[in-house]
Design a binder for this molecule. Structure first.
Ligand SMILES: NC(=O)c1ccc[n+]([C@@H]2O[C@H](COP(=O)([O-])OP(=O)(O)OC[C@H]3O[C@@H](n4cnc5c(N)ncnc54)[C@H](OP(=O)(O)O)[C@@H]3O)[C@@H](O)[C@H]2O)c1
Length: 251
Protein backbone atom coordinates (compact mmCIF):
# COMPACT_ATOMS: atom_id res chain seq x y z
CA UNK A 1 0.00 0.00 0.00
CA UNK A 2 1.49 3.39 -0.95
CA UNK A 3 1.67 5.98 1.85
CA UNK A 4 -1.15 8.52 1.87
CA UNK A 5 -0.34 12.15 1.14
CA UNK A 6 -2.31 14.62 3.23
CA UNK A 7 -2.59 18.21 1.94
CA UNK A 8 -3.65 19.55 5.37
CA UNK A 9 -1.15 22.18 6.52
CA UNK A 10 0.92 21.95 3.32
CA UNK A 11 2.29 24.80 1.31
CA UNK A 12 1.73 23.85 -2.34
CA UNK A 13 3.42 25.49 -5.33
CA UNK A 14 0.89 25.25 -8.16
CA UNK A 15 1.66 26.45 -11.67
CA UNK A 16 -1.25 27.56 -13.84
CA UNK A 17 -3.27 28.07 -10.67
CA UNK A 18 -5.53 30.86 -11.85
CA UNK A 19 -7.39 29.18 -14.72
CA UNK A 20 -8.82 25.87 -15.87
CA UNK A 21 -7.91 22.76 -13.91
CA UNK A 22 -5.43 24.72 -11.80
CA UNK A 23 -8.15 27.06 -10.55
CA UNK A 24 -10.28 24.06 -9.58
CA UNK A 25 -7.29 22.53 -7.79
CA UNK A 26 -6.87 25.75 -5.82
CA UNK A 27 -10.56 25.72 -4.92
CA UNK A 28 -10.27 22.16 -3.61
CA UNK A 29 -6.89 22.48 -1.90
CA UNK A 30 -7.69 25.52 0.23
CA UNK A 31 -10.61 23.83 2.05
CA UNK A 32 -8.30 20.84 2.62
CA UNK A 33 -6.11 23.14 4.71
CA UNK A 34 -3.38 23.78 2.14
CA UNK A 35 -1.78 27.14 1.47
CA UNK A 36 -1.19 27.81 -2.21
CA UNK A 37 1.70 29.52 -3.92
CA UNK A 38 -0.06 30.29 -7.19
CA UNK A 39 2.02 30.85 -10.31
CA UNK A 40 0.65 32.35 -13.52
CA UNK A 41 1.23 35.14 -15.98
CA UNK A 42 -1.75 37.42 -15.50
CA UNK A 43 -1.66 39.82 -12.59
CA UNK A 44 -5.44 40.27 -12.86
CA UNK A 45 -6.19 36.55 -12.56
CA UNK A 46 -3.75 36.20 -9.67
CA UNK A 47 -5.34 39.17 -7.89
CA UNK A 48 -8.75 37.50 -8.36
CA UNK A 49 -7.34 34.39 -6.66
CA UNK A 50 -6.08 36.42 -3.71
CA UNK A 51 -9.52 38.05 -3.45
CA UNK A 52 -11.28 34.68 -3.56
CA UNK A 53 -9.03 33.19 -0.86
CA UNK A 54 -7.83 35.99 1.40
CA UNK A 55 -4.76 34.95 3.37
CA UNK A 56 -4.67 31.47 1.82
CA UNK A 57 -2.97 32.15 -1.49
CA UNK A 58 0.40 33.72 -2.25
CA UNK A 59 0.89 34.62 -5.87
CA UNK A 60 3.80 35.02 -8.22
CA UNK A 61 3.55 36.37 -11.74
CA UNK A 62 5.94 34.38 -13.91
CA UNK A 63 6.08 33.48 -17.56
CA UNK A 64 7.31 29.90 -17.42
CA UNK A 65 8.52 30.02 -21.00
CA UNK A 66 11.19 32.49 -19.84
CA UNK A 67 14.35 31.15 -18.18
CA UNK A 68 14.79 34.38 -16.21
CA UNK A 69 11.30 34.13 -14.69
CA UNK A 70 11.93 30.54 -13.62
CA UNK A 71 15.25 31.46 -12.01
CA UNK A 72 13.60 34.39 -10.17
CA UNK A 73 10.75 32.15 -9.03
CA UNK A 74 13.16 29.56 -7.66
CA UNK A 75 15.20 32.23 -5.83
CA UNK A 76 12.02 33.71 -4.34
CA UNK A 77 10.87 30.25 -3.19
CA UNK A 78 14.21 29.57 -1.53
CA UNK A 79 13.93 32.77 0.52
CA UNK A 80 10.20 33.27 1.16
CA UNK A 81 8.75 29.76 0.88
CA UNK A 82 11.32 27.32 2.21
CA UNK A 83 8.50 25.52 3.99
CA UNK A 84 6.74 24.35 0.83
CA UNK A 85 6.28 20.60 0.61
CA UNK A 86 4.47 20.09 -2.68
CA UNK A 87 5.01 21.14 -6.28
CA UNK A 88 2.27 20.63 -8.86
CA UNK A 89 3.48 21.27 -12.40
CA UNK A 90 0.15 21.99 -14.06
CA UNK A 91 0.73 24.92 -16.44
CA UNK A 92 0.91 24.15 -20.14
CA UNK A 93 0.14 25.49 -23.55
CA UNK A 94 -1.10 23.57 -26.59
CA UNK A 95 -0.66 24.72 -30.17
CA UNK A 96 -2.56 23.06 -32.98
CA UNK A 97 -1.43 22.90 -36.58
CA UNK A 98 0.39 20.84 -39.14
CA UNK A 99 4.16 21.21 -39.29
CA UNK A 100 3.91 20.34 -42.95
CA UNK A 101 2.35 23.72 -43.64
CA UNK A 102 4.42 25.65 -41.17
CA UNK A 103 5.80 29.13 -41.63
CA UNK A 104 9.02 30.38 -40.03
CA UNK A 105 7.07 32.36 -37.45
CA UNK A 106 5.85 29.09 -35.93
CA UNK A 107 9.41 28.26 -34.80
CA UNK A 108 9.02 30.65 -31.87
CA UNK A 109 5.74 28.94 -30.92
CA UNK A 110 7.57 25.60 -30.82
CA UNK A 111 10.23 27.02 -28.53
CA UNK A 112 7.60 28.52 -26.22
CA UNK A 113 5.64 25.28 -26.06
CA UNK A 114 8.72 23.22 -25.21
CA UNK A 115 9.91 25.77 -22.64
CA UNK A 116 6.52 25.97 -20.89
CA UNK A 117 5.49 22.32 -20.97
CA UNK A 118 8.81 20.53 -20.57
CA UNK A 119 11.74 22.74 -19.60
CA UNK A 120 9.85 24.63 -16.88
CA UNK A 121 8.51 21.62 -14.94
CA UNK A 122 11.90 19.86 -15.20
CA UNK A 123 13.72 22.91 -13.90
CA UNK A 124 11.23 23.57 -11.12
CA UNK A 125 11.35 19.96 -9.95
CA UNK A 126 15.15 19.87 -10.00
CA UNK A 127 15.52 23.26 -8.32
CA UNK A 128 13.01 22.50 -5.59
CA UNK A 129 14.36 19.04 -4.71
CA UNK A 130 16.59 20.38 -1.91
CA UNK A 131 13.65 22.24 -0.31
CA UNK A 132 11.31 19.29 -0.66
CA UNK A 133 13.91 16.80 0.56
CA UNK A 134 14.22 18.74 3.80
CA UNK A 135 10.55 18.06 4.66
CA UNK A 136 9.37 14.90 6.41
CA UNK A 137 7.33 14.08 3.32
CA UNK A 138 6.77 15.90 0.07
CA UNK A 139 5.13 15.66 -3.35
CA UNK A 140 6.02 16.45 -6.93
CA UNK A 141 3.07 15.98 -9.30
CA UNK A 142 3.41 16.48 -13.05
CA UNK A 143 0.30 16.78 -15.21
CA UNK A 144 0.56 14.95 -18.53
CA UNK A 145 -2.16 13.66 -20.85
CA UNK A 146 -3.39 10.58 -22.67
CA UNK A 147 -1.65 12.17 -25.65
CA UNK A 148 1.67 11.38 -23.96
CA UNK A 149 0.79 7.70 -24.46
CA UNK A 150 -0.61 8.01 -27.98
CA UNK A 151 -0.09 11.34 -29.78
CA UNK A 152 -2.51 13.17 -32.02
CA UNK A 153 -1.63 14.38 -35.47
CA UNK A 154 -2.15 18.12 -35.18
CA UNK A 155 -0.45 18.80 -31.84
CA UNK A 156 2.92 17.16 -32.43
CA UNK A 157 4.97 19.45 -30.21
CA UNK A 158 2.52 19.37 -27.31
CA UNK A 159 2.37 15.57 -27.40
CA UNK A 160 6.16 15.32 -27.54
CA UNK A 161 6.58 17.64 -24.54
CA UNK A 162 4.12 15.61 -22.51
CA UNK A 163 5.74 12.30 -23.49
CA UNK A 164 9.02 13.85 -22.35
CA UNK A 165 7.48 14.93 -19.06
CA UNK A 166 6.10 11.42 -18.56
CA UNK A 167 9.55 9.92 -19.06
CA UNK A 168 11.17 12.48 -16.75
CA UNK A 169 8.61 11.81 -14.02
CA UNK A 170 9.40 8.11 -14.07
CA UNK A 171 13.16 8.70 -13.87
CA UNK A 172 12.80 11.30 -11.12
CA UNK A 173 10.64 8.90 -9.09
CA UNK A 174 13.31 6.21 -9.47
CA UNK A 175 16.03 8.68 -8.45
CA UNK A 176 14.14 9.79 -5.34
CA UNK A 177 13.51 6.19 -4.28
CA UNK A 178 17.11 5.24 -4.98
CA UNK A 179 18.31 8.17 -2.85
CA UNK A 180 15.80 7.36 -0.09
CA UNK A 181 14.19 10.80 -0.35
CA UNK A 182 10.74 11.19 1.24
CA UNK A 183 9.22 12.59 -1.96
CA UNK A 184 6.22 11.12 -3.72
CA UNK A 185 6.70 11.71 -7.46
CA UNK A 186 3.42 11.29 -9.30
CA UNK A 187 2.21 11.66 -12.86
CA UNK A 188 -1.36 12.71 -13.51
CA UNK A 189 -2.50 11.44 -16.89
CA UNK A 190 -5.25 13.94 -17.66
CA UNK A 191 -8.26 13.24 -19.84
CA UNK A 192 -9.97 15.68 -22.24
CA UNK A 193 -11.27 18.45 -19.97
CA UNK A 194 -13.57 21.39 -20.61
CA UNK A 195 -11.04 24.25 -20.49
CA UNK A 196 -9.65 26.68 -23.03
CA UNK A 197 -6.68 24.39 -23.66
CA UNK A 198 -8.58 21.56 -25.31
CA UNK A 199 -10.09 21.48 -28.75
CA UNK A 200 -13.81 21.76 -29.38
CA UNK A 201 -15.11 18.31 -28.69
CA UNK A 202 -18.31 16.88 -27.28
CA UNK A 203 -18.36 15.27 -23.83
CA UNK A 204 -15.41 17.00 -22.23
CA UNK A 205 -14.83 16.17 -18.58
CA UNK A 206 -15.71 18.98 -16.12
CA UNK A 207 -12.57 20.65 -14.71
CA UNK A 208 -13.86 20.40 -11.14
CA UNK A 209 -14.18 16.62 -11.44
CA UNK A 210 -10.78 16.35 -13.09
CA UNK A 211 -9.23 18.28 -10.19
CA UNK A 212 -11.09 16.22 -7.62
CA UNK A 213 -10.06 12.88 -9.20
CA UNK A 214 -6.50 14.14 -9.42
CA UNK A 215 -6.29 15.09 -5.75
CA UNK A 216 -7.83 11.79 -4.67
CA UNK A 217 -5.18 9.88 -6.61
CA UNK A 218 -2.37 12.01 -5.19
CA UNK A 219 -3.74 11.61 -1.65
CA UNK A 220 -3.79 7.86 -2.21
CA UNK A 221 -0.07 8.01 -2.98
CA UNK A 222 -0.37 6.74 -6.56
CA UNK A 223 2.64 6.88 -8.87
CA UNK A 224 0.29 7.39 -11.79
CA UNK A 225 -3.16 8.94 -11.54
CA UNK A 226 -5.21 8.05 -14.62
CA UNK A 227 -8.18 10.37 -15.05
CA UNK A 228 -11.48 9.18 -16.55
CA UNK A 229 -11.12 7.80 -20.11
CA UNK A 230 -7.34 7.59 -19.90
CA UNK A 231 -7.86 4.41 -17.84
CA UNK A 232 -9.38 2.79 -20.92
CA UNK A 233 -6.62 4.18 -23.13
CA UNK A 234 -4.07 2.61 -20.81
CA UNK A 235 -5.66 -0.82 -21.26
CA UNK A 236 -6.02 -0.46 -25.03
CA UNK A 237 -2.41 0.68 -25.33
CA UNK A 238 -1.24 -2.34 -23.34
CA UNK A 239 -3.18 -4.73 -25.55
CA UNK A 240 -2.49 -3.02 -28.87
CA UNK A 241 -0.33 0.11 -29.09
CA UNK A 242 -1.25 0.48 -32.75
CA UNK A 243 -4.96 0.52 -31.97
CA UNK A 244 -4.36 3.22 -29.34
CA UNK A 245 -2.38 5.30 -31.85
CA UNK A 246 -5.15 4.93 -34.44
CA UNK A 247 -7.81 6.01 -31.94
CA UNK A 248 -5.90 9.05 -30.72
CA UNK A 249 -4.20 10.40 -33.84
CA UNK A 250 -7.27 12.11 -35.29
CA UNK A 251 -8.61 13.51 -32.00
N1 LIG B 1 -7.91 20.53 -20.92
C1 LIG B 1 -7.61 19.34 -21.39
O1 LIG B 1 -8.36 18.73 -22.17
C2 LIG B 1 -6.34 18.67 -20.96
C3 LIG B 1 -6.12 17.36 -21.39
C4 LIG B 1 -4.96 16.70 -21.01
C5 LIG B 1 -4.04 17.35 -20.21
N2 LIG B 1 -4.27 18.63 -19.80
C6 LIG B 1 -3.26 19.28 -18.96
O2 LIG B 1 -3.86 19.85 -17.82
C7 LIG B 1 -3.07 20.96 -17.39
C8 LIG B 1 -3.96 22.16 -17.16
O3 LIG B 1 -4.54 22.54 -18.41
P1 LIG B 1 -5.94 23.29 -18.50
O4 LIG B 1 -6.84 22.44 -19.27
O5 LIG B 1 -6.35 23.77 -17.18
O6 LIG B 1 -5.52 24.51 -19.46
P2 LIG B 1 -5.87 26.07 -19.42
O7 LIG B 1 -7.23 26.30 -18.90
O8 LIG B 1 -5.52 26.57 -20.77
O9 LIG B 1 -4.83 26.62 -18.35
C9 LIG B 1 -3.47 26.59 -18.65
C10 LIG B 1 -2.73 27.18 -17.48
O10 LIG B 1 -1.33 27.18 -17.78
C11 LIG B 1 -0.82 28.46 -17.50
N3 LIG B 1 0.23 28.82 -18.44
C12 LIG B 1 0.26 28.63 -19.78
N4 LIG B 1 1.37 29.14 -20.30
C13 LIG B 1 2.07 29.67 -19.26
C14 LIG B 1 3.31 30.35 -19.16
N5 LIG B 1 4.08 30.60 -20.23
N6 LIG B 1 3.72 30.75 -17.94
C15 LIG B 1 2.95 30.53 -16.85
N7 LIG B 1 1.78 29.89 -16.88
C16 LIG B 1 1.34 29.47 -18.08
C17 LIG B 1 -2.00 29.42 -17.64
O11 LIG B 1 -1.76 30.50 -16.78
P3 LIG B 1 -2.05 32.02 -17.19
O12 LIG B 1 -2.66 32.06 -18.55
O13 LIG B 1 -2.94 32.49 -16.09
O14 LIG B 1 -0.71 32.63 -17.14
C18 LIG B 1 -3.17 28.59 -17.18
O15 LIG B 1 -3.35 28.72 -15.79
C19 LIG B 1 -2.01 21.18 -18.48
O16 LIG B 1 -0.80 20.58 -18.07
C20 LIG B 1 -2.56 20.42 -19.67
O17 LIG B 1 -1.57 19.97 -20.55
C21 LIG B 1 -5.41 19.31 -20.14
Amino acid sequence: MPARFDFQGRKVVLTGAARGIGLELTRLLVPRGARIVAVGRGDGALQALRDEFPGKVDTRAANLSQARDIADLVDWMAVDHRDCSALINNAAVMNHGMLTGMSDTRLQDIATEIATNLTAPLKLAAAMLPLLSARGSALIANVTTGLAIAPKRDAAVYCATKAGLRSFTRSLRDQCRHAGLPIQVSEVVMTLVDTTLSSDAPRKYPPGRAASDMLRGLENGLDEVWIEKTRLLRIVHRLSPNLAYRIMRGR
